[in-house]
Design a protein around this ligand. Structure first.
Ligand code: NAD
Ligand code: IPM
Ligand code: MN
Length: 363
């Protein structure tokens, strides 16, 4: 029996609503497969916790999380607590402390009806964005001088270390090489004359180790145009932290919206736990209404299962998401349906049971 210990951080707003559905899916898998079990340990951290306790997580929170196989997170941030506090003290802190320097964000159209792009089909929008997740524009380095004066100067410094840049670019080359896909670097060397010039140099240097990988390099402004006009150009994309953040919300828009976009924060060396979460935030505008789309969070479960080496189950979950997307009325309102978050989760479990009957355990 393989046991995977999962730390749950449902967090704020719709976070707990969607995480509950992901847990439902994991529990269903446990029932279907006697060789797997999961333990769930809940951490009530987030903005309410901050209001009650003056901190976003326990003082020894990072130590508490260290021993888990994975962290499953909903969303962090809610009106009432400044975003720079809530995010820096919980989500960004975990990414940094656990050196989760790879952020894997698929931009994959699972059903043609979901894209706003005229005449684009599933095969036209299917790529993986590998976002640098530990430094760059998110280094937290900066200074505010002469606060409040007319001479005020505010610096936000992007930090690109050789180690940090080489490792993410090498990871992306490996991914492209082993899956026989092209690799596109998205940067901005024309204006960011230190950081992105360095990024481009490293991209070319590491490329010499991978003569088999066909590469492209685009400026981020042009790349965002191509995301919309010619998404087929992209197979594996590697980009910096901030560009990756922005481009993957654009990617979500191309593939059905934030209710369908997932991201895995990976520590490839497995020195520390990796974290799985939807790309979206706490969505205060719909929180508490029971209409949040849980499919992004369920897709995160698929990424988690892949990461655990349970590829069959990872694929099963993704395949059921595709089936689910054919049943418009059973989906949440963001996808044109009238189902609640819980109903989507329940229907998903039914589909997974059917899938297991026919596809997995027939022999
Ligand atoms: P958001 O992603 O929460 O919401 C943007 C829009 O997408 C909203 O209209 C929302 O209703 C919709 N949406 C998002 N997820 C959805 C879902 N599952 N189903 C249906 N609709 C969905 O972004 P925001 O409003 O800019 O941010 C709200 C808060 O969340 C802020 O505090 C922000 O800092 C935080 N945030 C956290 C994360 C994270 O924890 N990973 C990510 C992004 C934003
Ligand atoms: C994301 C989010 C975070 C980020 C925020 C909430 C700090 O937007 O995961 O995409 O910028 O990385
Ligand atoms: Mn984002």
């Amino acid at each position: 029996m393989k046991t995977f210990n999962i730390a749950l951080i449902p967090g704020d707003g719709i976070g707990p609503e969607v995480v509950a559905e992901g847990v439902k899916v994991l529990k269903a898998i446990e029932k279907l497969d006697s060789s797997i079990s999961f333990t769930f340990t809940m951490f009530p951290w987030g903005c309410e916790y901050y209001i009650d306790n003056g901190k976003m997580m326990d003082d020894d929170g990072i130590d508490k999380l260290k021993t888990f196989d994975a962290i499953y997170l909903g969303a962090v941030g809610y009106p009432g607590v400044p975003d720079h506090i809530s995010l820096w003290d919980l989500l960004l802190r975990i990414r940094k402390e656990f050196d989760q320097y790879v952020n894997l964000r698929p931009v994959t159209l699972l059903n043609q009806s979901l894209t706003p792009l005229k005449s684009k089909m599933e095969k036209d929008i299917d790529f993986l964005v590998i976002r640098e997740n530990s430094e760059g524009e998110y280094a937290g380095a900066g200074e505010r001088l002469f606060k409040g004066n007319q001479e005020e100067v505010v610096l936000q410094t992007g930090v690109f270390t050789r180690k940090g840049t080489e490792r993410i670019i090498r990871y992306a080359y490996e991914e492209a090489s082993k899956s026989n896909r092209t690799l596109t670097s998205i940067s901005k060397g024309n204006a960011l004359n230190y950081s992105m010039v360095f990024w481009d140099e490293v991209f070319d240097e590491i490329g010499k180790e991978y003569p088999d990988v066909k590469t492209y390099s685009y400026l981020v402004d042009a790349a965002s145009l191509y995301f919309v006009t010619d998404p087929k150009k992209f197979e594996v994309v590697v980009t910096s932290n901030l560009f990756g953040d922005i481009l993957t919300d654009l990617g979500a828009a191309l593939t059905g919206g934030l209710g369908l976009a997932t991201g895995a924060n990976i520590n490839p060396e497995k020195d520390f736990p990796s974290m799985f979460e939807p790309v979206h935030g706490s969505a205060p505008d719909i929180a508490g209404k029971g209409i949040a789309n849980p499919i992004a969070a369920i897709w995160s479960v698929s990424q988690m299962l892949d990461f655990f080496g349970e590829k069959e189950w990872g694929e099963a979950v993704l395949s059921c998401i595709k089936d689910m997307l054919k049943e418009t009325m059973q989906l949440t309102p963001d996808l044109g349906g009238s189902a609640s978050t819980g109903e989507v989760g329940d229907r998903f479990v039914e589909l997974l049971n059917e899938y297991a009957d026919t596809e997995i355990f027939t022999n």
